[in-house]
Design a protein around this ligand. Structure first.
Ligand code: MSP
Length: 509
């Protein structure tokens, strides 16, 4: 069976989830749902990154152990994913004991092969950002990132000899054009690799400075945390959290979906770790852009952080999901504004699509007592358009072009609206001579709605399930197989349709 393994980054557990977290996770959800509809075995993974100084510190100020603190915080993420209708198959926590055991095995293997060595480190360190800094990095003797004072430290640490694999990584990126997408990001990574010498990566902290991490298997005085620990989740999850893990080898993943800010760690740290371990690399790392809000960077101090829960409560979960993937080509930066969201809801969802569904179902009641009529002819243009969208969606989603997939689907929305205006069923209904034509017209537009429900399901799971039921379908839309069902004429004449509430109410500005 064809498998499809997709991951989100694991989110820092003490962050408050915002639109950025929601964005990556929704994008992965659409891919996971679409590939399930294609009949693939899907493993969709998300989770939380729970080790490190920040978690240790904030737990301490609350008088909790770091683990107890994290146990509370993960609920922020889990409840958001439920509210956003995220269909992840597993939720990994870097504090899972099974994860820690896999990380330790990986480290031991790298120590044995000479890829991890102990060395003295002398230099500058920013406690807030948990980062080593070179003298040249400092700005007015402070951390260039958080502008706090830095410490001068001299200590032994363990280093992963990442630099050994630099040439091999360049060669891999050049020979696998889809390894890093979008192309512009791939070129940035290549440029970086060709112009700088990769240093060695410090992967440990002495326990006396930071205890909240995974103990090194070969030296109990040290822990590893954040990147070495975090990146390994993508592999460790396949050992204890994946569905059907005894019959499917999930590694390597098809996609790691991340934001552009963590591309270097994913494409360079993780790839070189995998080279050293002798394991295959993921097929693709996709780095999406960042959202600004009303043209400004999102920040707590400006107070413009977009809370996804509030968006769902105000505008509904499906419109929010739809908007994020339609508004901006995935990969580019974009700007979030309520006005743009409301405009799309009113014009595209309420008007183009929601009204179409409403009108069609009302007409089936009016002209055929709520029963799908038997068509007398096949509307070939509509059939060709409807069936052809599946391939177009597959092509678009291969490169995460969600907006293009939606554009293709919207051609069917527009075509059907236009077809109704042109065929004017209300006129046909007046003349018994046109009864057969009316049957064909009405069958075709209900059949078009069935295609729309299926194609839009990955994007808007809740509303399309409602539409599916209104179309008299008994099955769960999530369990439909698109390869079988995206064929014109599968809708059975005689099926009873149902009236329902409007799928997308208009929003007053
Ligand atoms: N824990 C690390 C990832 C480890 S993965 C092995 C981490 N966590 S995070 O919580 O900071 O991740 C946040 C994710 O949200 C990143 O992919 C980041 O790009 C994304 N975003 C954060 N702010 C964002 C926007 N304003 N817009 C879009 N995405 C943004 O990094």
């Amino acid at each position: 069976m064809d498998k499809f393994y997709i991951t989100t980054p694991i989110y820092y557990v003490n962050d408050v989830p915002h639109i950025g977290h929601a964005y990556t996770t929704i994008a992965c959800d659409v891919q996971a749902r679409f590939h399930r509809l294609l009949g693939k075995a899907v493993f969709f993974l998300t989770g939380t990154d729970e080790h490190g100084q920040k978690v240790q510190k904030s737990a301490l100020t609350r008088g909790l152990s770091p683990k107890a603190h994290a146990d509370r915080l993960i609920e922020n993420f889990k409840s958001l994913w439920t509210a956003l209708n995220i269909s992840n198959d597993a939720f990994i926590r870097t504090t899972d004991k099974e994860h820690a055991a896999v990380v330790q095995t990986m480290m031991q293997q790298l120590k044995d092969s000479g890829d991890i060595v102990r060395r003295q480190y002398e230099g500058w360190y920013c406690t807030h950002d948990e980062m080593f800094l070179a003298k040249d990095d400092l700005k007015d003797n402070q951390c260039p990132h958080c502008h706090r004072d830095v410490e001068h430290i001299k200590e032994d640490n363990y280093f992963f000899l990442m630099g050994k694999y630099q040439d091999r990584l360049i060669e891999h990126i050049e020979s696998h054009p889809d390894f890093i997408l979008p192309r512009t990001r791939r070129n940035e990574v290549l440029g970086f690799l060709k112009n700088a010498e990769l240093g060695d990566l410090c992967i440990s902290r002495p326990v006396q400075r930071l205890s909240w991490g995974i103990p090194l298997p070969f030296d109990q005085d040290y822990v590893t945390y954040v990147w070495f620990d975090a990146l390994s989740n993508y592999y460790s999850a396949t050992r204890y959290l994946s569905p059907m893990r005894y019959s499917v080898e999930w590694w390597p993943s098809e996609h790691h979906v991340i934001g552009k800010d963590i591309l270097i760690t994913h494409s360079i740290y993780w790839s070189t770790m995998l080279f050293a371990l002798g394991w295959p690399l993921p097929h693709n790392i996709f780095a999406h852009g960042w959202w600004t809000v009303d043209g400004r960077k999102m920040s707590k101090s400006i107070g413009n952080v977009v809370d996804p829960l509030e968006m769902i409560q105000t505008y509904g979960v499906d419109p929010f999901r739809y908007f994020l993937l339609k508004e901006v080509p995935f990969g580019l930066d974009g700007n979030f504004s309520r006005e743009a969201l409301i405009n799309r809801i009113n014009s595209e969802l309420a008007n183009d699509f929601g009204n179409l569904a409403n009108r069609v179902i009302a007409m089936v009641f009016k002209y055929f007592g709520g029963k799908v009529p038997e068509p007398v002819q096949e509307e070939t243009a509509m059939k060709t358009l409807a069936e052809g969208i599946l391939d177009r969606m597959q092509d678009a989603l291969k490169t995460f072009a969600f907006h293009q997939a939606l554009d293709a689907i919207w051609e069917l929305v527009s075509h059907t609206n236009k077809y109704i205006d042109e065929t004017a069923p209300w006129r046909l209904a007046k003349d018994p001579q046109h009864k057969e034509r009316l049957q064909t017209v009405m069958y075709s537009v209900i059949e078009a709605l069935r295609f729309l429900a299926m194609y839009l399901h990955p994007f808007m799971p809740e509303s399309t399930q409602k539409l599916w039921e209104q179309l008299g379908q008994q099955s769960q839309l999530a369990e439909v197989n698109l390869i079988d069902k995206a064929k014109w004429g599968k809708l059975l004449p005689g099926t009873l349709v149902h009236k329902g509430k409007p799928l997308f109410p208009r929003i007053d500005k």
